[in-house]
Design a protein around this ligand. Structure first.
Ligand SMILES: *[C@@H]1O[C@H](CO)[C@@H](O)[C@H](O)[C@H]1NC(C)=O
Ligand SMILES: *[C@@H]1O[C@H](CO)[C@@H](O)[C@H](O)[C@H]1NC(C)=O
Length: 188
């Protein structure tokens, strides 16, 4: 390798490292940020727009995390559970919450269905399997989601009759993968 291309490679590695760091750090972020200008992605899930408004890995939040999620008509979360508290605030649209309050049974079982709508809010009890979907054919469903104990450790089910013990752990979760590093030590 010639001296110039070697220098160029170092330069690229250096730039790459800087851009990685700035995407996963609050250093240099303005105090007040315009949500419309935060980066959003679907993380490979059709119909989803996810924005981490305040994140554990992204911003160093220790106790809670806030997401803004928009689901296009017909799209939904996987059936999943997590051992954290979760609060939803529906900002726009309508949809359905499927909730199986059966974490003490062997599998979730047929969930209860609840219509959700603009200005409604709901809590997901710790470890209850649930799914939230946009069941409206015309309008997007937009929700603010607050979870405790971030980053989220999510267990995913193929269906409502899959045993709790067979649900697959997805950690780090899709939007945390980019910034995840093996934690050194929790200071709290
Ligand atoms: C926030 O960002 C959006 C999209 O870029 C823009 O239209 C809006 O004017 C911004 N709001 C303020 C107060 O700057
Ligand atoms: C949501 O609540 C706010 C405050 O009460 C109200 O102004 C707004 O019209 C409500 N929106 C809907 C769709 O009900």
């Amino acid at each position: 390798m010639s001296g110039i291309s070697l220098a160029l490679s170092f330069c690229l590695i250096f730039l790459f490292t800087i851009s990685e760091a700035s995407r996963c750090s609050i250093v240099g972020l303005p105090v007040v940020r315009n949500i419309s200008e935060l980066s959003q992605d679907n993380y490979g899930r059709g119909g989803l727009s996810h924005i981490t408004v305040a994140g554990s890995l992204l911003h160093g939040m220790k106790e809670l995390e806030v997401w803004l999620q928009t689901f296009s008509p017909g799209s939904r979360t996987p059936i999943h559970r997590h051992s954290c508290e979760e609060v939803f605030v529906v900002l726009k649209g309508t949809g359905t919450l499927y909730l199986a309050s059966s974490s003490h049974e062997k599998f979730p079982g047929t969930p209860k269905e609840f219509p959700i709508y603009s200005n409604s809010t709901f809590l997901i009890p710790v470890n209850d399997a649930h799914q939230v979907g946009n069941t409206n054919e015309h309008e997007d469903l937009q929700m603010l989601v607050i979870i405790s104990r971030p980053p989220a450790k999510v267990f995913i089910y193929d269906d409502w009759f899959m045993p709790h013990t067979a649900a697959r752990l997805k950690f780090p979760y899709y939007w945390d993968e980019h910034c995840f590093e093996v934690p050194v030590k929790d200071e709290l």
